[in-house]
Design a protein around this ligand. Structure first.
Ligand code: ADP
Ligand code: MN
Length: 168
């Protein structure tokens, strides 16, 4: 069973993936490791080879939960867990990564407009959404684990950063 752990860059996917008791596949390292179709000239970053990734991930399928870590991992799973974070808290995380202002704004706007959540809802038959704002990584990992254990559900629609971000 593949489960995508998705969300805007900086929302905590890799941190949380390391804390849950399941096997994790890092989609970004597969892309860097060769599953790409070259550098996107407009964005200056590697463009993922979606077919190669799909084929590779199909080969790993089993009954055990397999966590896919990545901001487009929802394209490869039927169930997505979307990590959300208030843009106000997300900004300093992206700044400390050294992103340039235009890339920071692009990501903050995507978070404010629910871009990844909407994509996940379009792609997946089940989507859960976790508001991680103010929660420790251990707390978020516990929620993810409880979702996968079937102990709770967190349907989308709990967060609204729009007012926060566009009308502070
Ligand atoms: P992603 O993989 O989604 O891009 P990361 O897991 O790399 O995000 O996390 C980005 C930064 O935020 C890291 O410095 C990480 O330590 C920090 N972080 C992640 N989750 C939390 C949390 N729940 N509380 C505080 N800091 C966090
Ligand atoms: Mn990551």
């Amino acid at each position: 069973m593949r489960i995508a752990l998705t969300g805007t860059p900086g929302t905590g996917k890799t941190t949380i993936a390391e804390l849950v008791p399941y096997r994790v596949i890092d989609i970004n390292s597969l892309v860097k490791g060769g599953m790409n179709v070259g550098t996107d000239p407009d964005r200056g970053c590697l463009e993922a080879d979606m077919d190669a990734l799909n084929a590779h991930l199909s080969g790993l399928d089993s009954d055990e939960p397999l966590i896919l870590d990545g901001h487009f991992s929802h394209h490869f799973a039927d169930w997505s867990i979307v990590l959300r974070l208030s843009p106000t808290t997300l900004r300093p995380r992206l700044e400390s990564r050294g992103y340039k202002e235009s890339k920071i704004m692009e990501n903050l706007e995507a978070e404010a407009l629910d871009v990844i959540l909407v994509e996940a809802v379009e792609q997946c038959s089940r989507v859960d959404e976790i508001d991680t704002t103010g929660k420790s990584a251990a707390d978020v990992a516990k929620i993810v684990t409880e979702l996968i254990q079937g102990l709770r559900r967190l349907p989308p629609g709990q967060v609204d950063w729009f007012t926060d971000f566009f009308n502070p």
